[in-house]
Design a protein around this ligand. Structure first.
Ligand code: 7TS
Length: 417
Protein backbone atom coordinates (compact mmCIF):
# COMPACT_ATOMS: atom_id res chain seq x y z
CA UNK A 1 0.00 0.00 0.00
CA UNK A 2 3.02 2.23 -0.07
CA UNK A 3 2.87 3.13 -3.76
CA UNK A 4 1.72 6.65 -4.43
CA UNK A 5 -1.15 7.38 -6.78
CA UNK A 6 -0.03 8.60 -10.18
CA UNK A 7 -1.85 11.76 -11.09
CA UNK A 8 -3.99 12.97 -12.57
CA UNK A 9 -6.71 10.34 -12.25
CA UNK A 10 -9.27 11.15 -14.92
CA UNK A 11 -12.55 9.62 -13.80
CA UNK A 12 -14.39 10.72 -16.95
CA UNK A 13 -11.83 8.94 -19.12
CA UNK A 14 -12.11 5.85 -16.91
CA UNK A 15 -15.89 5.90 -17.18
CA UNK A 16 -15.65 5.80 -20.96
CA UNK A 17 -13.99 2.39 -20.55
CA UNK A 18 -17.24 1.01 -19.07
CA UNK A 19 -19.98 0.79 -21.71
CA UNK A 20 -22.71 0.04 -19.16
CA UNK A 21 -22.12 3.34 -17.38
CA UNK A 22 -23.03 5.31 -20.50
CA UNK A 23 -26.67 4.27 -20.51
CA UNK A 24 -29.74 6.06 -19.29
CA UNK A 25 -32.42 4.21 -17.39
CA UNK A 26 -36.20 4.63 -17.32
CA UNK A 27 -37.25 8.28 -17.13
CA UNK A 28 -33.99 9.25 -18.90
CA UNK A 29 -32.12 8.92 -15.61
CA UNK A 30 -28.38 8.35 -15.90
CA UNK A 31 -27.28 5.15 -14.22
CA UNK A 32 -25.66 5.80 -10.84
CA UNK A 33 -24.19 2.40 -10.08
CA UNK A 34 -23.42 2.10 -6.37
CA UNK A 35 -23.55 -1.68 -6.06
CA UNK A 36 -20.01 -2.69 -6.91
CA UNK A 37 -19.70 -4.77 -3.72
CA UNK A 38 -22.33 -7.10 -5.20
CA UNK A 39 -20.68 -7.18 -8.60
CA UNK A 40 -18.43 -4.77 -10.43
CA UNK A 41 -18.95 -3.38 -13.92
CA UNK A 42 -16.66 -4.55 -16.71
CA UNK A 43 -14.34 -2.43 -18.80
CA UNK A 44 -14.45 -2.70 -22.58
CA UNK A 45 -11.04 -4.43 -22.60
CA UNK A 46 -12.42 -7.35 -20.56
CA UNK A 47 -15.53 -7.63 -22.72
CA UNK A 48 -13.36 -7.44 -25.85
CA UNK A 49 -11.05 -10.15 -24.60
CA UNK A 50 -13.96 -12.50 -23.93
CA UNK A 51 -15.38 -11.79 -27.40
CA UNK A 52 -11.93 -12.35 -28.92
CA UNK A 53 -11.75 -15.78 -27.27
CA UNK A 54 -15.14 -16.82 -28.58
CA UNK A 55 -14.57 -15.38 -32.04
CA UNK A 56 -11.01 -16.49 -32.62
CA UNK A 57 -9.77 -19.46 -30.61
CA UNK A 58 -12.49 -20.94 -28.41
CA UNK A 59 -11.51 -24.54 -27.83
CA UNK A 60 -11.29 -26.74 -24.77
CA UNK A 61 -8.05 -26.35 -22.82
CA UNK A 62 -5.39 -28.92 -21.97
CA UNK A 63 -6.96 -31.32 -24.48
CA UNK A 64 -6.99 -30.30 -28.11
CA UNK A 65 -3.89 -31.16 -30.05
CA UNK A 66 -4.62 -28.43 -32.53
CA UNK A 67 -3.86 -24.77 -32.95
CA UNK A 68 -7.00 -23.44 -31.32
CA UNK A 69 -6.58 -25.64 -28.25
CA UNK A 70 -2.95 -24.59 -27.95
CA UNK A 71 -3.81 -20.91 -28.14
CA UNK A 72 -6.67 -21.18 -25.64
CA UNK A 73 -4.50 -23.15 -23.22
CA UNK A 74 -1.69 -20.61 -23.51
CA UNK A 75 -4.13 -17.76 -22.81
CA UNK A 76 -5.53 -19.62 -19.79
CA UNK A 77 -2.11 -20.26 -18.31
CA UNK A 78 -1.07 -16.66 -18.95
CA UNK A 79 -4.13 -15.57 -17.01
CA UNK A 80 -3.04 -17.81 -14.15
CA UNK A 81 0.36 -16.08 -14.17
CA UNK A 82 -1.33 -12.68 -14.07
CA UNK A 83 -3.26 -13.77 -10.97
CA UNK A 84 -0.05 -15.11 -9.42
CA UNK A 85 1.75 -11.79 -9.89
CA UNK A 86 -1.29 -9.78 -8.80
CA UNK A 87 -1.41 -11.42 -5.38
CA UNK A 88 2.31 -12.08 -4.99
CA UNK A 89 2.12 -15.89 -4.94
CA UNK A 90 5.44 -17.69 -5.14
CA UNK A 91 4.34 -20.15 -7.77
CA UNK A 92 1.81 -20.22 -10.55
CA UNK A 93 0.72 -23.69 -9.42
CA UNK A 94 -0.60 -22.15 -6.22
CA UNK A 95 -3.42 -20.50 -8.18
CA UNK A 96 -6.52 -22.69 -8.44
CA UNK A 97 -9.31 -21.46 -10.68
CA UNK A 98 -12.72 -21.92 -9.09
CA UNK A 99 -16.12 -20.45 -9.84
CA UNK A 100 -15.78 -17.77 -7.15
CA UNK A 101 -15.16 -17.05 -3.50
CA UNK A 102 -17.96 -19.35 -2.39
CA UNK A 103 -16.51 -22.32 -4.22
CA UNK A 104 -13.00 -21.49 -3.04
CA UNK A 105 -14.15 -21.55 0.58
CA UNK A 106 -16.01 -24.80 0.03
CA UNK A 107 -12.89 -26.26 -1.53
CA UNK A 108 -10.88 -25.49 1.62
CA UNK A 109 -13.70 -26.70 3.85
CA UNK A 110 -13.85 -30.01 2.00
CA UNK A 111 -10.29 -30.55 0.84
CA UNK A 112 -8.51 -29.32 3.94
CA UNK A 113 -10.90 -29.07 6.92
CA UNK A 114 -12.68 -32.38 6.43
CA UNK A 115 -9.36 -34.12 6.03
CA UNK A 116 -7.41 -32.57 8.87
CA UNK A 117 -9.85 -31.44 11.58
CA UNK A 118 -10.90 -33.69 14.44
CA UNK A 119 -13.02 -33.39 17.58
CA UNK A 120 -11.59 -30.78 19.94
CA UNK A 121 -10.12 -28.68 17.12
CA UNK A 122 -11.45 -25.17 16.67
CA UNK A 123 -12.10 -22.78 13.82
CA UNK A 124 -12.05 -19.12 14.76
CA UNK A 125 -14.62 -16.98 12.96
CA UNK A 126 -16.41 -13.74 13.72
CA UNK A 127 -19.96 -12.46 13.20
CA UNK A 128 -19.18 -10.04 10.38
CA UNK A 129 -18.40 -12.82 7.89
CA UNK A 130 -20.35 -13.34 4.68
CA UNK A 131 -22.31 -16.61 4.69
CA UNK A 132 -19.73 -17.94 2.21
CA UNK A 133 -17.17 -17.76 5.02
CA UNK A 134 -19.46 -19.17 7.70
CA UNK A 135 -21.68 -21.92 6.36
CA UNK A 136 -18.88 -24.05 4.82
CA UNK A 137 -17.19 -24.06 8.25
CA UNK A 138 -20.43 -24.99 9.99
CA UNK A 139 -20.73 -28.02 7.72
CA UNK A 140 -17.05 -28.92 8.11
CA UNK A 141 -17.35 -28.62 11.88
CA UNK A 142 -20.38 -30.87 12.06
CA UNK A 143 -18.67 -33.40 9.78
CA UNK A 144 -15.46 -33.52 11.82
CA UNK A 145 -16.53 -32.75 15.39
CA UNK A 146 -14.50 -29.52 15.36
CA UNK A 147 -15.98 -26.47 17.04
CA UNK A 148 -16.61 -22.94 15.87
CA UNK A 149 -15.50 -20.05 18.03
CA UNK A 150 -16.33 -16.41 17.38
CA UNK A 151 -14.24 -13.33 17.96
CA UNK A 152 -16.65 -10.63 19.14
CA UNK A 153 -16.99 -7.27 17.44
CA UNK A 154 -16.49 -3.86 18.99
CA UNK A 155 -19.44 -1.49 19.05
CA UNK A 156 -18.11 0.27 15.98
CA UNK A 157 -17.92 -2.96 13.98
CA UNK A 158 -14.28 -3.98 14.26
CA UNK A 159 -12.85 -7.25 15.49
CA UNK A 160 -12.37 -7.10 19.25
CA UNK A 161 -8.77 -8.26 19.48
CA UNK A 162 -8.75 -7.99 23.27
CA UNK A 163 -10.27 -11.46 23.31
CA UNK A 164 -7.66 -13.04 21.01
CA UNK A 165 -5.57 -14.60 23.79
CA UNK A 166 -8.61 -16.36 25.14
CA UNK A 167 -10.06 -17.47 21.80
CA UNK A 168 -6.99 -18.21 19.72
CA UNK A 169 -5.28 -21.17 21.39
CA UNK A 170 -3.44 -24.36 20.54
CA UNK A 171 -6.87 -25.87 19.82
CA UNK A 172 -7.41 -23.38 16.99
CA UNK A 173 -6.55 -24.93 13.64
CA UNK A 174 -7.95 -22.28 11.35
CA UNK A 175 -8.75 -18.58 11.48
CA UNK A 176 -11.19 -17.71 8.70
CA UNK A 177 -11.66 -13.99 8.27
CA UNK A 178 -12.63 -11.45 5.68
CA UNK A 179 -10.05 -8.85 4.75
CA UNK A 180 -12.90 -6.38 4.20
CA UNK A 181 -16.47 -6.65 5.42
CA UNK A 182 -19.04 -6.45 2.64
CA UNK A 183 -21.45 -4.62 4.98
CA UNK A 184 -19.48 -2.66 7.56
CA UNK A 185 -16.61 -1.98 5.18
CA UNK A 186 -14.25 -2.81 8.05
CA UNK A 187 -10.68 -3.51 6.95
CA UNK A 188 -9.50 -6.27 9.24
CA UNK A 189 -5.96 -6.55 10.64
CA UNK A 190 -4.90 -9.57 8.59
CA UNK A 191 -1.25 -9.10 9.47
CA UNK A 192 -1.90 -9.40 13.20
CA UNK A 193 -4.32 -12.28 12.77
CA UNK A 194 -1.93 -14.19 10.49
CA UNK A 195 0.91 -13.76 12.94
CA UNK A 196 -1.18 -14.75 15.95
CA UNK A 197 -2.69 -17.73 14.10
CA UNK A 198 0.75 -18.98 13.11
CA UNK A 199 2.04 -18.48 16.65
CA UNK A 200 -0.41 -21.15 17.84
CA UNK A 201 0.11 -23.38 14.81
CA UNK A 202 -3.16 -22.45 13.11
CA UNK A 203 -3.67 -21.51 9.46
CA UNK A 204 -5.35 -18.37 8.20
CA UNK A 205 -7.96 -18.41 5.45
CA UNK A 206 -8.68 -14.94 4.10
CA UNK A 207 -11.85 -13.97 2.28
CA UNK A 208 -10.55 -11.45 -0.23
CA UNK A 209 -13.81 -11.01 -2.15
CA UNK A 210 -14.07 -7.33 -1.19
CA UNK A 211 -10.42 -6.48 -0.57
CA UNK A 212 -8.59 -7.89 -3.60
CA UNK A 213 -10.37 -5.55 -6.08
CA UNK A 214 -9.75 -2.45 -3.99
CA UNK A 215 -6.34 -2.69 -2.30
CA UNK A 216 -3.00 -4.34 -3.05
CA UNK A 217 -2.73 -7.95 -1.88
CA UNK A 218 0.46 -9.82 -1.15
CA UNK A 219 -0.02 -13.37 0.11
CA UNK A 220 3.59 -13.48 1.30
CA UNK A 221 3.33 -10.43 3.52
CA UNK A 222 1.41 -11.01 5.69
CA UNK A 223 1.86 -14.72 5.27
CA UNK A 224 -1.55 -15.95 4.12
CA UNK A 225 -2.28 -19.69 3.88
CA UNK A 226 -5.54 -19.57 1.92
CA UNK A 227 -6.97 -16.64 -0.04
CA UNK A 228 -10.30 -16.70 -1.85
CA UNK A 229 -11.72 -14.12 -4.24
CA UNK A 230 -14.15 -13.69 -7.14
CA UNK A 231 -13.46 -12.47 -10.66
CA UNK A 232 -16.78 -10.70 -11.03
CA UNK A 233 -16.00 -8.30 -8.19
CA UNK A 234 -12.60 -7.59 -9.76
CA UNK A 235 -14.06 -6.10 -12.98
CA UNK A 236 -13.83 -9.55 -14.58
CA UNK A 237 -16.42 -12.06 -15.78
CA UNK A 238 -18.80 -14.04 -13.62
CA UNK A 239 -18.22 -17.74 -13.05
CA UNK A 240 -14.51 -17.43 -12.29
CA UNK A 241 -12.74 -17.13 -8.98
CA UNK A 242 -9.50 -18.02 -7.33
CA UNK A 243 -8.26 -20.07 -4.45
CA UNK A 244 -4.67 -19.37 -3.55
CA UNK A 245 -2.98 -21.76 -1.15
CA UNK A 246 0.64 -22.58 -0.45
CA UNK A 247 1.83 -25.52 -2.55
CA UNK A 248 2.36 -27.86 0.38
CA UNK A 249 -1.19 -27.23 1.57
CA UNK A 250 -2.65 -27.89 -1.86
CA UNK A 251 -0.60 -31.05 -2.14
CA UNK A 252 -1.74 -32.28 1.25
CA UNK A 253 -5.42 -31.54 0.63
CA UNK A 254 -7.98 -33.95 -0.76
CA UNK A 255 -9.63 -33.13 -4.07
CA UNK A 256 -13.03 -31.49 -3.81
CA UNK A 257 -14.77 -32.08 -7.12
CA UNK A 258 -13.89 -35.24 -9.01
CA UNK A 259 -13.94 -36.06 -12.70
CA UNK A 260 -11.87 -35.32 -15.77
CA UNK A 261 -8.58 -33.38 -15.72
CA UNK A 262 -8.04 -33.77 -11.96
CA UNK A 263 -6.74 -37.33 -12.27
CA UNK A 264 -3.39 -38.90 -13.06
CA UNK A 265 -4.63 -42.47 -13.53
CA UNK A 266 -8.08 -43.96 -13.27
CA UNK A 267 -8.76 -47.63 -12.62
CA UNK A 268 -12.13 -49.24 -12.21
CA UNK A 269 -11.88 -49.21 -8.45
CA UNK A 270 -9.60 -46.25 -7.67
CA UNK A 271 -7.79 -43.23 -9.07
CA UNK A 272 -4.73 -41.11 -8.45
CA UNK A 273 -4.62 -37.33 -8.66
CA UNK A 274 -3.05 -34.91 -11.06
CA UNK A 275 -0.50 -32.39 -9.81
CA UNK A 276 -1.77 -29.14 -8.35
CA UNK A 277 -3.58 -27.03 -9.40
CA UNK A 278 -5.19 -29.50 -11.87
CA UNK A 279 -6.11 -31.74 -8.91
CA UNK A 280 -8.68 -29.09 -7.94
CA UNK A 281 -9.91 -28.19 -11.41
CA UNK A 282 -12.16 -31.11 -12.31
CA UNK A 283 -14.00 -30.94 -15.59
CA UNK A 284 -13.90 -28.08 -18.05
CA UNK A 285 -12.86 -25.03 -16.10
CA UNK A 286 -14.36 -21.65 -17.00
CA UNK A 287 -11.36 -20.97 -19.22
CA UNK A 288 -12.71 -18.00 -21.15
CA UNK A 289 -13.83 -16.39 -17.92
CA UNK A 290 -10.33 -16.98 -16.55
CA UNK A 291 -8.82 -15.24 -19.56
CA UNK A 292 -11.29 -12.40 -18.98
CA UNK A 293 -10.08 -12.21 -15.40
CA UNK A 294 -6.53 -11.90 -16.70
CA UNK A 295 -7.66 -8.96 -18.85
CA UNK A 296 -9.34 -7.41 -15.80
CA UNK A 297 -6.10 -7.66 -13.85
CA UNK A 298 -4.27 -5.96 -16.73
CA UNK A 299 -6.85 -3.19 -16.58
CA UNK A 300 -6.55 -2.75 -12.81
CA UNK A 301 -2.77 -2.65 -13.11
CA UNK A 302 -3.03 -0.03 -15.82
CA UNK A 303 -5.30 2.19 -13.67
CA UNK A 304 -3.16 1.42 -10.62
CA UNK A 305 -4.46 0.21 -7.26
CA UNK A 306 -3.08 3.31 -5.51
CA UNK A 307 -5.22 5.48 -7.82
CA UNK A 308 -8.18 3.20 -7.25
CA UNK A 309 -7.78 3.41 -3.49
CA UNK A 310 -7.43 7.18 -3.51
CA UNK A 311 -10.47 7.75 -5.69
CA UNK A 312 -12.65 5.30 -3.77
CA UNK A 313 -11.58 6.66 -0.41
CA UNK A 314 -12.39 10.24 -1.47
CA UNK A 315 -15.87 9.13 -2.58
CA UNK A 316 -16.39 7.20 0.62
CA UNK A 317 -15.38 10.14 2.82
CA UNK A 318 -17.72 12.47 0.97
CA UNK A 319 -20.61 10.00 1.08
CA UNK A 320 -20.12 9.37 4.80
CA UNK A 321 -20.02 13.09 5.58
CA UNK A 322 -23.03 13.98 3.51
CA UNK A 323 -25.23 11.05 4.46
CA UNK A 324 -24.42 11.40 8.15
CA UNK A 325 -25.80 14.94 7.93
CA UNK A 326 -29.21 13.73 6.73
CA UNK A 327 -31.81 13.49 9.51
CA UNK A 328 -32.67 9.93 10.50
CA UNK A 329 -29.69 8.30 8.77
CA UNK A 330 -27.60 5.80 10.76
CA UNK A 331 -24.36 4.54 9.24
CA UNK A 332 -22.91 1.21 10.37
CA UNK A 333 -19.30 0.22 10.82
CA UNK A 334 -16.16 2.00 11.94
CA UNK A 335 -14.93 5.49 11.12
CA UNK A 336 -14.32 5.96 7.43
CA UNK A 337 -10.52 5.70 7.71
CA UNK A 338 -10.90 2.08 8.88
CA UNK A 339 -13.19 1.17 6.01
CA UNK A 340 -13.20 0.30 2.38
CA UNK A 341 -15.60 2.23 0.15
CA UNK A 342 -18.72 0.53 1.48
CA UNK A 343 -21.46 2.39 3.30
CA UNK A 344 -24.31 0.51 4.91
CA UNK A 345 -27.04 2.62 6.42
CA UNK A 346 -30.63 2.85 7.49
CA UNK A 347 -33.06 5.73 7.28
CA UNK A 348 -35.46 5.89 10.18
CA UNK A 349 -39.02 5.43 8.95
CA UNK A 350 -38.06 4.01 5.52
CA UNK A 351 -37.47 0.30 5.04
CA UNK A 352 -34.24 -0.38 3.11
CA UNK A 353 -36.18 -2.12 0.35
CA UNK A 354 -38.48 0.89 -0.08
CA UNK A 355 -35.44 3.13 -0.04
CA UNK A 356 -33.71 1.09 -2.69
CA UNK A 357 -36.86 1.14 -4.81
CA UNK A 358 -37.21 4.91 -4.51
CA UNK A 359 -33.53 5.44 -5.29
CA UNK A 360 -33.84 3.18 -8.30
CA UNK A 361 -36.52 5.46 -9.74
CA UNK A 362 -33.84 8.16 -9.83
CA UNK A 363 -31.37 5.77 -11.43
CA UNK A 364 -29.42 5.18 -8.22
CA UNK A 365 -28.63 1.47 -7.84
CA UNK A 366 -27.85 0.37 -4.28
CA UNK A 367 -28.41 -2.92 -2.50
CA UNK A 368 -30.87 -3.57 0.32
CA UNK A 369 -31.22 -6.63 2.51
CA UNK A 370 -28.99 -8.64 4.79
CA UNK A 371 -26.23 -8.91 2.17
CA UNK A 372 -25.63 -12.57 3.11
CA UNK A 373 -24.65 -11.56 6.64
CA UNK A 374 -27.62 -12.59 8.76
CA UNK A 375 -25.63 -13.05 11.99
CA UNK A 376 -24.19 -9.55 11.62
CA UNK A 377 -27.63 -8.04 11.07
CA UNK A 378 -28.91 -9.96 14.09
CA UNK A 379 -26.11 -8.40 16.12
CA UNK A 380 -27.02 -4.95 14.80
CA UNK A 381 -30.62 -5.71 15.69
CA UNK A 382 -31.68 -5.06 12.13
CA UNK A 383 -33.32 -7.22 9.51
CA UNK A 384 -31.88 -5.24 6.63
CA UNK A 385 -29.66 -2.33 5.71
CA UNK A 386 -29.26 -0.25 2.59
CA UNK A 387 -25.77 -0.36 1.13
CA UNK A 388 -23.97 1.96 -1.25
CA UNK A 389 -20.64 0.63 -2.46
CA UNK A 390 -18.22 2.59 -4.60
CA UNK A 391 -15.66 1.89 -7.27
CA UNK A 392 -13.09 4.11 -8.92
CA UNK A 393 -15.52 4.66 -11.80
CA UNK A 394 -17.91 6.52 -9.52
CA UNK A 395 -17.93 10.30 -9.29
CA UNK A 396 -18.55 12.93 -6.63
CA UNK A 397 -21.66 13.93 -8.61
CA UNK A 398 -22.95 10.40 -8.05
CA UNK A 399 -22.44 10.78 -4.31
CA UNK A 400 -24.56 13.95 -4.53
CA UNK A 401 -27.19 12.00 -6.48
CA UNK A 402 -27.27 9.35 -3.73
CA UNK A 403 -27.68 11.90 -0.97
CA UNK A 404 -30.33 13.88 -2.86
CA UNK A 405 -32.23 10.66 -3.54
CA UNK A 406 -32.16 9.71 0.15
CA UNK A 407 -33.46 13.16 1.11
CA UNK A 408 -36.19 12.85 -1.53
CA UNK A 409 -37.13 9.38 -0.23
CA UNK A 410 -37.63 10.83 3.24
CA UNK A 411 -39.92 13.48 1.74
CA UNK A 412 -41.92 10.78 -0.04
CA UNK A 413 -42.49 9.18 3.36
CA UNK A 414 -43.39 12.63 4.75
CA UNK A 415 -40.63 12.51 7.31
CA UNK A 416 -39.61 15.78 8.94
CA UNK A 417 -36.52 17.40 7.37
N1 7TS B 1 -17.27 -12.98 0.73
C1 7TS B 1 -17.57 -11.69 0.73
C2 7TS B 1 -16.89 -10.77 1.71
C3 7TS B 1 -18.49 -11.20 -0.19
O1 7TS B 1 -18.78 -9.90 -0.20
C4 7TS B 1 -19.12 -12.10 -1.09
C5 7TS B 1 -20.18 -11.64 -2.05
C6 7TS B 1 -18.73 -13.44 -1.06
C7 7TS B 1 -17.82 -13.85 -0.12
C8 7TS B 1 -19.28 -14.44 -2.02
O2 7TS B 1 -18.80 -14.18 -3.30
P1 7TS B 1 -19.32 -15.00 -4.55
O3 7TS B 1 -18.68 -14.32 -5.71
O4 7TS B 1 -18.87 -16.40 -4.37
O5 7TS B 1 -20.81 -14.86 -4.53
N2 7TS B 1 -20.87 -10.51 -1.61
C9 7TS B 1 -21.97 -10.00 -2.16
C10 7TS B 1 -22.54 -8.85 -1.66
O6 7TS B 1 -22.10 -8.20 -0.73
N3 7TS B 1 -23.63 -8.55 -2.38
O7 7TS B 1 -23.78 -9.50 -3.32
C11 7TS B 1 -22.77 -10.41 -3.19
Amino acid sequence: MSAQPSSPFDVEAVRRDFPILQQRLAGDMPLVYLDTAATSQKPRSVIAKVVECYEQYNSNVHRGIHQLGDRMTTELEEAREKVQRFIGANEVDEIVFTSGTTMSMNLVAHGWARKFLKPGDEILLNPMEHHANLVPWQLAASATGAELRYLPLTNDGRLDLSTLDELLTHRTKLVAVTAMSNVLGTINPIEILAQRAHDVGALICVDGAQSVPHAPTDVRSPNIDFLAFSGHKLYGPTGIGVLYARRELLEAMDPFLAGGHMIREVFLDSSTWADVPAKFEAGTCPFIEAVGLGAAIDYVNQIGLPNIMQQEHALSVKAHEQLAAVTGVSIYGPAVEHKGAILSFTVEGVHPHDLSDLLDRRGVAIRAGHHCTMPLHELLNLTATARASFAFYNTTAEVDALVEAVIAARKTFRLKP
